[in-house]
Ligand binder design. Sequence first.
Ligand code: NI
Length: 137
Amino acid sequence: MPDVTVTRRLMFNAAHRVHNPALSDAENLRLFGKCNNVNWHGHNYTLDVSVRGPIDERTGYVMDLGALKALVTARVIDQADHRNFNVDVPFMQGIIPTSENIIVAIWRELEPVVRPGRLVRLVLWETPNNYVEYSGE
Ligand code: NI
């Protein structure tokens, strides 16, 4: 059967502060600007999760997108939504919560458990203008 990529979009909102404790306050402010705000700030994140695999002959699906939604909700959205990446989210402990680091951490949460098909791409939008993508390399 042909391999097809299917994508489910999920949204969540979360707070963060982008700050490297190894650097001075002045250097943090210079590097991260508004995202270094001491008392946090929030973003409305959009996450696109893409899974690739053969079409199942019985269902016509690569993967049931409802099942994918449930999996991503349990593993990622329920951990991060209405939470603070710096202090609340187990898979981000000790990691500077840039979009780059968040998307790699989300990959590590999802890649081992996405079945059938395989996780091939994540896209994380931090704002309507800024997004990062990761394919596990
Ligand atoms: Ni920010």
